[in-house]
Design a protein around this ligand. Structure first.
Ligand code: ADP
Length: 672
């Protein structure tokens, strides 16, 4: 059996006439099954790293009174995974384990609950103890794909696009549904190429997901409820913390060069220069910044993966979306912006329940050999700090053989440039999660103000106190089916449950930040290089030069993602090449032209930015400038200038103090 049409009449589930019921603009509307006539217990659970999703069938009232089944509804509920007991109580109170023919009050010993997600493995014993039932454990990717395909094929009005807050239903062309990219945004993110029913490949994923955003949100905003956080994010202004292109080159230059002044250059990039502490920021501004930073990153990685696979339709699932208009708007806008209108972001009304629904559908007795599962085994990033063995490169590179390559400049944001020959280059894309983001967040979470302090702190930290690993979700055996060992990070900051900074150690935050963002830069660089057919990547920028640990992590990320296909080299101003220990001048690399104005342009292609709720395209935005905004700009520049002078003074003073401390140390040393 390979398609849903063949599957649906096996006596357990009958989807004939299935449709959304009630007001389907509501969250997770029930699905009516008018012909359902099963006597079996119809319940499935998806136990994820953060949430438990439960789908169950509730018969119509007359069904209950006559003891015959004549239809009912599929219902959807969620619980926190940390509160499994509430979920168990719900199952008990609703008598969900008793089939309709078994209304005796005692549980049938041969009832098996269809279960998916890592918790199906981890918590199987709890279900056995509490109810005496076993969990029929189903593969997470398989159920997510089955659930998505079912909704898309069988439930009218399930999928929609969302632009400028307006939802437009998508009429799914059944002949033309496949292939598509399914991006499931849960605690972490999985990206799956779906070619048919049970025909799929988990192409990649990212550890920067919903758990990362909400973990950081708890710490920075104090929110403990996701919906409160989303509400807060509606009221804030991200320009208080984010650096946009205008902040780097000024509005006048933007106008002169025809640049988009409002493009996001570096999320949290203003934090370092402002010298404000966490308590000086408004929770709503922090919330808005967090939501846009992580939503754009997920959208960008999705766009790159879809481009690599040449897929035009990207369906988004997972509870991260939560039917939240701004989140969907940001994703749609970003996908549209980067793909120049060629790709479409599509959402599902039951976005968080794909896995649970897929598990329920497994009642349909699908044969396992129908499933094509071609995941490339993902191996763990290990923490051993020896460098990747790219040393060969130093001898292989010559001026002629070096081109073309990808130049990744890690400044406050990250820009990526394809260098074709001497002085010949083309900007490709950038990311707004760069050095400014790492240090900005480090400043807010740990109070440290320099990259050296941050690195020093991170060396002593253990990211596993805040990062959610595959083992935390699946248990000690990890997720062997796709080769993910228990120690792999599934979601950076995904283990953060408390909203008190003092419950964690600053050094652990630093270690987790370094991992999260350097691996992300490595992953995006790899996708961009692959997309452009480039086999060499040169990294440069103040945030990596001379910092062995950062270079090491980027090397590892590249090696991991590219499976050794791409060579990684670091370029540093002082002739220090860290990993390679050799010097390449910019002139030799053909990038000497990349100064001042060109750098400004590089930044352009980082993340798009929407001002408030209204979406303003970069070009529209430029046309809106007037005389008074120019005056304001001059005022702002003057103000910045004064701030920079003060900072310079402070640094000079610090320099004097450090020198005197050093000479004291030297004197002590001598006398010893
Ligand atoms: P998982 O299967 O890993 O638990 P989900 O698809 O359930 O993943 O998504 C979890 C993510 O959804 C969280 O990391 C958070 O970003 C978001 N989320 C939505 N609703 C909630 C909620 N009520 N509590 C916590 N996180 C939520």
């Amino acid at each position: 059996m390979t398609n849903l049409d063949e599957m649906e009449y096996n006596g357990l589930l009958d989807f004939e006439g299935a449709e959304l019921c009630g007001d389907f603009e509501e969250r997770n509307p029930p699905i009516s099954l008018p012909n359902q006539s099963s006597d079996g217990a119809l319940l499935a659970v998806d136990i994820g790293g953060t949430l438990i999703k439960l789908v169950y069938f509730e018969g119509n009232e007359e069904v209950k009174s006559h003891g015959r089944a004549t239809g009912g509804q599929l219902r959807f509920v969620k619980f926190q995974t940390s509160r499994l007991d509430e979920c168990l109580e719900f199952i008990r109170s609703k008598r969900l384990l008793y089939g309709r023919g078994l209304d005796t009050g005692s549980t049938s010993m041969n009832v098996k609950i269809k279960a998916t997600g890592g918790g199906a493995f981890k918590f199987a014993d709890v279900f056995k103890e509490k109810f005496g039932v076993s969990l029929d454990k189903l593969d997470e990717m398989d159920t997510v794909v089955t659930g998505a395909n079912f909704l898309l094929k069988k439930i009218p009005n399930e999928s929609f696009t969302c632009m400028h807050g307006k939802r437009t239903p998508v009429v799914v062309n059944q002949q033309n549904l496949f292939p598509y990219l399914l991006v499931n945004i849960g605690s972490g993110v999985s990206m799956i190429k779906v070619m048919g029913n049970r025909k799929f490949e988990r192409v990649t994923g990212t550890h920067i997901g919903g758990g990362t955003m909400f973990g950081l949100a708890k710490l920075l905003t104090g929110c403990t409820r996701y919906d409160d956080f989303l509400k807060l994010s509606q009221q804030g202004d991200n320009l208080v913390l984010d650096l946009i292109v205008k902040d780097i080159c000024g509005e006048l230059v933007c106008q002169k060069q025809g640049l988009s002044a409002s493009t996001l250059a570096s999320s949290f990039g203003k934090v370092l220069s402002s010298r404000r502490k966490l308590s000086d920021y408004k929770a709503e501004d922090l919330a808005t910044t967090l939501l846009s930073a992580f939503t754009y990153n997920i959208a960008q990685v999705s766009f790159l993966v879809a481009s690599l696979l040449r897929l035009k339709r990207v369906y988004f699932g997972g509870s991260y979306i939560r039917g939240h208009a701004s989140t969907m708007d940001n994703i749609s806008y970003a996908i549209d912006f980067w793909s120049k209108g060629q790709m479409h972001a599509i959402f599902l009304r039951h976005e968080g329940f794909l896995g649970a629904l897929g598990a329920l559908l497994s009642n349909l007795n699908l044969k396992n050999d129908d499933m094509i599962f071609e995941d490339s085994k993902e191996s763990e990033f290990n923490n051993d700090s020896s460098y990747a063995d790219d040393d060969k490169l130093t001898t292989e590179l010559s001026e002629d053989s070096v081109f073309p390559y990808l130049l990744v400049n890690i400044g406050s944001g990250v820009s990526m440039i394809e260098v074709i020959g001497k002085g010949k280059f083309e900007r490709i894309i950038g990311t707004h999660l760069g050095g400014g983001t790492i240090l900005g967040l480090a400043r807010l979470l740990t109070g440290c103000t320099s990259y050296d302090d941050f690195l020093e702190l991170s060396q002593r930290g253990d990211n596993l106190t805040v990062d959610l690993t595959v083992g935390d979700i699946y248990g000690e055996h990890g997720y062997p089916k796709i080769g993910l060992p228990a120690t792999t990070t599934a979601s950076s900051f995904g283990k953060v449950t408390s909203n008190k900074l003092s419950d964690y150690r600053a050094e652990d935050f630093a270690a987790a930040l370094l991992n999260a963002f350097t691996y992300n830069i490595g992953q995006i660089s790899y996708f961009v290089a692959k997309l452009s057919g480039l086999k060499r990547i040169f990294f440069r920028g103040a945030y990596i030069c001379g910092h062995a640990k950062t270079m090491d992590k980027i090397s590892r990320a590249l090696k991991y993602w590219s499976k050794g296909e791409v060579q990684t080299t670091f370029l540093c101003h002082e002739g220090f090449m860290g990993t390679l220990g050799a010097f390449w001048s910019y002139e030799n690399m053909g990038i000497h032209d990349l100064a001042a104005n060109d750098f400004i342009k590089e930044v352009l292609l980082s993340a798009p930015y929407m001002i408030g709720k209204a979406q303003v395209s970069p070009s529209m935005n430029l046309n809106m400038k007037n005389e008074s905004s120019l005056e304001e700009e001059v005022k702002r520049l003057k103000h910045n200038n004064a701030e920079l002078r003060a900072e310079l003074e402070r640094l000079k003073q610090e320099n004097i103090e450090l020198k005197s401390a050093l000479s004291k140390l030297q004197i002590n040393n001598k006398s010893l």
